[in-house]
Design a protein around this ligand. Sequence first.
Ligand SMILES: NC(=O)c1ccc[n+]([C@@H]2O[C@H](COP(=O)([O-])OP(=O)(O)OC[C@H]3O[C@@H](n4cnc5c(N)ncnc54)[C@H](OP(=O)(O)O)[C@@H]3O)[C@@H](O)[C@H]2O)c1
Length: 331
Amino acid sequence: MLWFDENRPSTVPKSKEASSLDGTDAKDTTRFPGLFGTCMSMETATTHMLVAGAKGQLGVRLMEAAAVAGVSASGLDREGMDVASRDSVEAALDSVQPTVVINAAAYTAVDMAESQREAAMAVNARGTQHLAEECQSRGIPLIHVSTDYVFGQAPRRPLLPSDTPCPEGVYAESKRQGEEAFLASGVCGCVIRISWLYDVQGANFLQTMLRLAKAHGSLSVVNDQHGVPTAAPLLAQALVEVAKLGKDMPQGIWHHSHQGHTTWHGFASAIMEVAGLAVPVLPVDTSAFPTAAPRPAWSVLDGEPLRARMGWPSVTWREALEACWSFRNDA
Ligand SMILES: NC(=O)c1ccc[n+]([C@@H]2O[C@H](COP(=O)([O-])OP(=O)(O)OC[C@H]3O[C@@H](n4cnc5c(N)ncnc54)[C@H](OP(=O)(O)O)[C@@H]3O)[C@@H](O)[C@H]2O)c1
């Protein structure tokens, strides 16, 4: 089903207008001057963006960011475009006629994927292949969102797109196969890898920490996995900036990350600080929480090349957390 389709003028709408689009509060990016916006002068009147997976954590924020940026966008959920079905992808592209596509659709149940290999591959590998090949044949640029999990074992330094992937686990393998399908298709556009996505809404690490903090007197959180938490509203703004470049967008594989890195324990501690909760956060090893799928011990993506290419300033993960916190509906 096309659950969200908004044609917008090329001017930046007031946040009040944006908030009426789907009943949520699409925040005005001008509240965070300097975070993004180097491409704001680009002409967007002819851009029509299609977001696949528009009801997911990132997809919802992409639609809000498009509205705030004055970019015309159509969001499709699985019913509107099932990426696992080539026929469905063809029909949706023919119907929507986008000038650019962002693929935020994915099978993201990392542990369940270990026992549902076919389901993960159908969406993350073949689904990406369908989108990439159909966009390629129509000359539509595609932004495909991928993951730090493609680096199962990695050197302990910020990881560049040129580093060799070594996925561990079915989810990681399926995402890597999706990247390979994208590259093999020859489609115009880019794969953008991200890590540790969170938001102040939906189901994610931040929300889980807040819920557990309110239910328990203390938290035990893994302190031997290192990565970069990524704020979904800020990532969405960045991806819309890339999408606005159309065929001039960066090509190939890129990493998006805020600056710096931490552990899940460090992130949980920062969440408690930002939320004003005096709940002790105890560091534990990964072995304290066995999971079906392995987790990378080091998945620190280096976002500097993309920042430099796009002219974005550095924003630390901690600054991004504070900016994201202000996206709360009650903020
Ligand atoms: N979350 C993270 O920490 C993280 C980290 C690194 C990278 N990523 C990547 O970032 C992207 C966005 O992640 P997210 O957290 O927003 O994921 P999400 O909340 O799970 O959203 C994914 C969306 O894709 C939809 N979908 C699933 N199968 C589909 C299909 N066959 N056709 C069309 N849509 C389908 C899902 O719909 P249903 O609800 O109907 O299944 C869901 O709405 C993904 O590519 C993910 O791999 C995420």
